[in-house]
Design a protein around this ligand. Structure first.
Ligand SMILES: *Cc1c(COP(=O)(O)O)cnc(C)c1O
Length: 384
């Protein structure tokens, strides 16, 4: 099948002036200002109804859902939605669905047992060499598939220097930790100054080798990736950025430019995609996404099976769907563009990779494989 999603030829080079149907009265100066984007987030059903056709009944249903699971969409991300398509893949990720409350009996609040694995509040320590700091719960767009949805109900919060101190102290006293992940709610919600205080404090800890930023700002609010932010981050490398593109329609010129800036400041950008029903659960969409990411120098890192999180069931697929997608990609997409499909095991069991089985049998003398096209191939096994 032909790809229907293409990246604008100008990806990575241009700035504003691109497609913004609902906001063409907004001057570029404001549109490109991340604070304006943040201030202008759509956070009520009434406001959303100004942009998307919603019947009175739909508005009532949405109000019911948002009482439990709020809504937040940046103007940038809102403009990626085709208002005439009720199944639009961007809409599905950002606009609440009745299923969030209707199917809420399924799943867990905290399937990865993050609370249990927190030696100090806000810091998850699951693997000996890695620690994850939850920097808050404020994101520009509230993803409907968020695996920390449990945090939405406590009202907006952000870690302060005072609440970060015990986490830094724990990392300082735990020499096995080499890799510190800032995750969230999004760490780029921090002001650049506060982020610099945290990152420079981590850098003063000798055994911390790398710092990772887990952020969806390049996708949902790319204007946040300013020259000022990047020159601050460039002082504290090695920093690795993991972002979260789920669909090729998110590969806008603004997003490409944000990734380019991070890369030029020395930060490799990897992508962590979540497999979502009705969003990206076909080989065609995943292929277009992976190819599109390579074109903007972003490496597909993980394809996550959706965690068993309460209020996300309508977006989950069977595990087989992910394996079938990997089977469809292998052999037809550059190896650089192939993510590892992983299931994050409940109870803090950790991530395990899943892939189609290419090995049929193996012995001391011979291995038998099936290649991605289904052809059986024999391989002589060298003597030990
Ligand atoms: C996913 C995760 C990591 C990082 O895992 P990688 O496989 O190294 O990317 C670290 N800590 C926690 C708690 C995680 O959930």
């Amino acid at each position: 099948m032909k790809n229907i999603y293409t990246i604008p030829a100008s990806a990575g080079e241009t700035t504003a002036g691109s497609n913004r149907p609902f906001f063409n009265h907004v001057p570029d100066r404001l549109w490109n200002d991340w604070r304006w984007q943040m201030r202008s987030r759509v956070r009520t059903v009434e406001k959303l109804a100004q942009y998307l056709p919603l019947s009175h009944e739909q508005q009532e249903q949405l109000s019911f859902v948002t009482a439990k699971y709020p809504l937040s969409i940046t103007p940038h991300y809102l403009c990626l939605i085709n208002p005439d398509d009720p199944y639009d893949p961007i809409r599905r990720q950002a606009v609440p669905a009745l299923e969030e409350t209707a199917l809420c009996g399924l799943g867990d609040e905290d399937p990865l047992a993050e609370a249990e694995l927190s030696p100090v509040p806000g810091l998850v320590h699951r693997y000996p060499d890695r620690a994850l700091i939850i920097t808050g719960n404020i994101c520009p767009v509230l993803c409907r598939h968020c695996n920390r949805k449990r945090q939405w109900r406590q009202g907006p919060f952000i870690q302060t220097d005072a609440t970060l101190a015990p986490m830094l102290d724990y990392i300082q006293k735990t020499p096995g930790i080499r890799d510190v992940i800032l995750s969230g709610g999004d760490p780029l919600t921090f002001s650049t100054g506060r982020l610099e205080r945290l990152i420079s404090a981590l850098r003063r800890i000798k055994h911390v080798e790398i710092i990772r930023l887990g952020t969806r700002y390049p996708v949902t609010l790319p204007q946040r990736i300013t020259v000022e932010l990047c020159s601050m981050l460039a002082k504290y490398g090695p920093i690795w950025v993991n972002t979260h593109f789920n669909h090729p329609a998110e590969l806008t010129p603004e997003a490409a430019r944000a990734c380019q800036r991070l890369l030029r400041a020395g930060m490799p950008v990897n992508n962590q995609c979540v497999l979502l029903r009705g969003v990206n659960d076909t080989v065609e969409v995943q292929e277009a996404l992976c190819r599109g990411l390579l074109k903007i120098n972003v490496r597909p890192y993980y394809l996550f099976h959706t965690d068993d999180v309460q209020a996300t069931e309508h977006l989950r697929t069977p595990v087989e769907a992910g394996v079938a997608i990997m089977a469809g990609l292998r052999g037809s997409v550059s190896g650089l563009g192939l993510p590892t499909y992983v299931v994050d095991l409940p109870g803090g069991g950790g991530k395990v990779p899943l892939q189609p089985d290419y090995l049929i049998s193996g012995s001391d003398s011979e291995y038998v494989f099936r290649n991605p096209k289904g052809k059986i191939c024999r391989y002589r096994n060298p003597k030990n």
